[in-house]
Design a protein around this ligand. Structure first.
Ligand code: ADP
Ligand code: MG
Length: 314
């Protein structure tokens, strides 16, 4: 009779209360997380939030001061965990004087691949990264986006079940950025579990089904985009109403209706889109000329601002 594995073995990643200090700096300040199979978790936070340090604790490059990390039930940095993990670091790690194929060959050998298995893995990587036609070009002659894709492929040569992508689109052109999104989507379609760090909220929104917002080494909120927006704002949206600059009483009028005026645009929080009608009626009645109007649902950027008082890109 087959015995089933302990439940924890099927969980790709379990992080329990990880703390990492560098001198006075607390880079990771007590993070706990669980990532389930086939999930794509986004770690969204500004530069210096501690994302890379957390990722490096998962791959065993950083030893936490306290707390534990388990990869499919195995302790971080154990050979069994390493086998399951693919890590694409934020900085390129390639041999510039070797070709793409030679790089993949070298990375495959580190992972213990040989012969037919290695050849097939290289083939898969080149196709996945759309680099088959440049496989025999020396790395230093490739564009930044191609190097980035090759770097991703190098981290994937042993076809791990859990993949950690650390800001994979920083410094690449828009076309390569789209290719990278497709590469992530292809991994997900195969059932790979992905952790994706970024400071671009559009990327987290597009690629990830759950997002952990990281700030000062802590997870300050977690959920789907809709859940995060609802946690911070409930059903509230913003109406942005541009008023005729000539209206002398615009600021007082806006304030009297619970809004704020910035650069000629009145911002009103509303609970229902139908609240727009009464605002428009009031403006007409009070002789204010409305130039244009938008209803804006808060996004992850607004959630970050609401939670921290800062801009994600600051
Ligand atoms: P992120 O990836 O979110 O930008 P990091 O994990 O790289 O954040 O950095 C978190 C904090 O830890 C920063 O204040 C950074 O300066 C500091 N830090 C990271 N690595 C080191 C290190 N090796 N030595 C000293 N400080 C570090
Ligand atoms: Mg980083």
């Amino acid at each position: 009779m087959a015995t089933s594995a302990p439940a924890s073995i099927t969980i790709p990643l379990q992080i329990d209360s990880v703390v990492k200090r560098f001198g006075e700096v607390i880079a990771v300040d007590g993070i706990s997380l669980e990532v389930h199979e086939r999930a794509c978790l986004g770690l969204l936070g500004p530069n210096g939030a501690g994302k890379s340090t957390l990722i490096r604790s998962i791959v065993g490059r950083v030893r936490p001061d306290s707390g534990s990390v388990r990869v499919f039930g195995h302790p971080a940095s154990s050979p069994a965990a390493r086998q399951e993990l693919g890590w694409v670091p934020q900085e390129l790690a390639l041999y510039p004087l070797l070709t793409g194929r030679e790089n993949l060959d070298a990375f495959g050998r580190y992972q213990g691949l040989r012969g037919k298995a290695l050849r097939e893995a290289i083939q898969w990587c080149l196709e996945w990264a759309s680099l088959s036609d440049r496989a025999d070009s020396v790395v230093k002659t490739l564009s930044g986006g191609m190097r980035r894709r090759l770097n991703m492929a190098a981290g994937m040569i042993h076809r791990p079940r859990l993949v950690l992508l650390d800001e994979p689109t920083v410094g690449v052109d828009p076309q390569s950025r789209n290719r990278i999104f497709e590469m992530v989507e292809a991994l997900r379609a195969e059932g790979t579990t992905v952790i994706y760090t970024t400071h671009y909220m559009e990327e987290a929104e597009r690629l990830c089904d759950s997002i952990a917002i990281v700030d000062h080494g802590r997870i300050i909120a977690q959920g789907t985009k809709d859940e995060l927006v609802a946690q911070s704002f409930g059903s509230r949206s913003d109406v942005l109403m541009r008023l005729d600059a000539a209206a002398p009483n615009a600021a007082a009028w806006t304030a009297s209706r619970g809004g704020t005026l910035q650069d000629g645009v009145a911002h009103f929080p509303v609970d229902r889109p139908s609240d727009i009608a009464s605002l428009l009626d009031a403006a007409a009645r009070d002789g204010l000329n409305v130039i244009d109007l938008v209803l804006r649902r808060p996004n992850l950027e607004s959630v970050f601002l609401q939670l921290t008082g800062r801009d994600l890109r600051q």
